[in-house]
Ligand binder design. Structure first.
Ligand code: SF4
Length: 208
């Protein structure tokens, strides 16, 4: 697996313990550093690479030009012929139709992981998220429209004492999205015990 960390965020979410800096002021220099590290380590590949994962931070904060440079470096330095899954984490507010079209145009990522966290606008404000519930739903629809068929969504369920506020509305709302079959399957879980076990957890995989 190759993991590319993008340590930049628009702002810090209240629950976040992942390493990231606010803003993208030195993003170009950071991309230069990633490319340099790839060049230095390209001969260390001992096993076939099956997964490439861009996490953060917020990878979707990067302009497409920066992502394109990283992708080009990966293709140049490593044998990606065995790769099954190439994921980028993204935040809803970044996923405009134009951005997603450009992302799809890289012809690299085959999975997008969207940090939704909640579909309750009050909860989103409490978590210091920048997006609204509607933006989150639009982001999923936009990703589909851009051609992404493998989409995951990160949620935080049961934010400790605030758990009752969520009231399962998030998951119910997602039922209306036709293609989110995995989440539709959750309808059949009567007590959502597994999700309760995740109480207090942050966003999966780093980005939120
Ligand atoms: S949760 Fe995600 S978007 Fe929020 S500050 Fe942490 S890494 Fe950035």
């Amino acid at each position: 697996m190759i993991y590319v960390h993008v340590p930049f965020c628009h702002r810090k979410c209240t629950y976040c313990a992942f390493y990231s800096k606010v803003g993208t002021g030195n993003a170009a220099a950071y991309v230069d550093a990633i490319l340099e590290e790839m060049e230095r380590r390209k001969d260390e590949q001992a096993h076939p690479i099956q997964t490439v994962y861009f996490g953060g931070g917020t990878p979707s904060i990067l302009p497409i030009e920066h992502l394109a440079r990283i992708v080009e470096g990966l293709r140049r330095c490593f044998d990606l012929s065995q790769v099954q899954e190439l994921t980028i984490e993204a935040n809803p507010e970044d996923l405009t139709p134009d951005y997603l079209q450009a992302l799809a145009g890289l012809r690299f990522f085959n999975r997008i992981s969207i940090g939704i966290q909640s579909l309750d606008d009050g909860m989103l404000r409490l978590l210091n998220r920048r997006h609204t519930a509607q933006q989150a739903l639009d982001a999923v629809a936009n990703a589909h429209a851009a051609g992404f068929s493998n989409i995951s969504v990160d949620f935080i369920y049961g934010v400790n004492d605030l758990r009752d506020l969520i009231d399962l509305r998030d998951l119910n709302d997602l039922r209306d999205l036709n293609d989110l079959r995995d989440l539709n399957d959750l309808r059949d879980l009567n007590d959502l015990r597994d999700l309760n076990d995740l109480s207090g957890a942050g966003c999966a995989g780093g980005e939120g």
